[in-house]
Design a protein. Structure first.
Length: 298
């Protein structure tokens, strides 16, 4: 073979090898991009479950009685791929998650919408819970304020406001929660969107709409307040909304409770709240109810 032929054969072979390498690289890049796109579609948060679903919610809640209402809403940050909503599993889940509250029959069940329980029967229920077919959990719990000595102010124990939040957090972490929606295994590393609201006005049969609460009772140090008479306030997005969107299930519960307390107190004119918040959390740890073995699913 002549020198010219050798050079020509080498050039052709190099071009073929380069073309093959370039082609392989192109397909590799495309494969990586496709894989990353599938991963992103799996992990991205769309927040659709919070605002979607069969039952719209309003924050703050509007009680139909004289009680204050604590509203807790928890929804997956990424829409679930619901295979099949199982009302029977949802009913069992509610009774196990809130054993001291919802023991009777549900007020409504549907494979399309979900399951709803009223805390008290009748046309104007005083509190309820829902397991929505899109994965959202709703809990509204009434708290009866105490009357101050002057009879003009309604006082609420601030520690009592935390228990409904903790109840829903424990419910969302139960291993039987995914099975309601047809999941074949326990979800891991899931994120949730939360809305936590407290009513600002309640319904009195004699006085019409009244403040749900006028002041809070603290277990230890008491924060100063900017004014003696302030109307209660709750944002339409709930307390600590920025901190509670896309919250990881594995994050400590007390971190969420602390964020809600800080936002609640700051929005309602309380100052120097660091020490009082520490005391509230300490007292909550002491008071929180211990779940029975039947109420836990590990």
């Amino acid at each position: 073979m002549t020198t010219t032929s050798t050079v020509l054969v080498g050039a052709i072979s190099g071009a073929i090898a380069g073309s093959a390498t370039s082609g392989m690289l192109t397909y590799t890049v495309r494969g990586i991009r496709a894989g990353l796109d599938r991963v992103w579609q799996f992990i991205k948060t769309d927040h659709a479950s919070l605002t979607g679903g069969p039952w719209p919610y309003r924050c703050p809640p509007e009680p139909t009685t004289e009680d204050l209402w604590v509203q807790v809403i928890c929804a997956p940050s990424r829409a679930l791929r619901v295979r099949h909503f199982d009302p029977a599993r949802a009913i069992t889940f509610v009774r196990a998650s809130y054993p001291d509250r919802f023991t009777g029959r549900p007020s409504y069940t549907s494979t399309r919408d979900g399951v709803q329980f009223f805390l008290t029967p009748g046309p104007t229920p005083n509190g309820f819970t829902r397991v929505c077919s899109n994965g959202r959990l709703d809990l509204v719990v009434p708290i009866t304020p105490d009357q101050a000595a002057d009879g003009a102010r309604r006082i609420v124990d601030v520690v009592d406001l935390l228990n409904p939040i903790a109840d829903v957090a424990r419910a969302a972490s139960r291993s039987d929660y995914p099975a309601i929606f047809g999941a074949r295994r326990t979800w891991r590393a899931r994120r949730f969107d939360w809305v936590i609201g407290i009513s600002v006005s309640s319904s009195s049969p004699t006085a019409g709409r009244v403040n749900s609460w006028d002041d809070l009772r603290f277990p230890g140090r008491e924060p100063a307040r900017q004014a003696e008479r302030l109307y209660p306030f709750c944002p339409a997005t709930g307390y600590a909304a920025d901190e509670l969107r896309g919250r990881r299930e594995a994050q400590p519960l007390e971190t969420m409770l602390r964020a809600v307390l800080v936002d609640l107190l700051e929005h309602n004119g309380y100052n120097n709240i660091t020490g009082p918040v520490d005391d509230i959390i300490d007292q909550w740890r002491t008071r929180r109810p211990v779940q029975s073995a039947a109420a836990r699913t590990e």
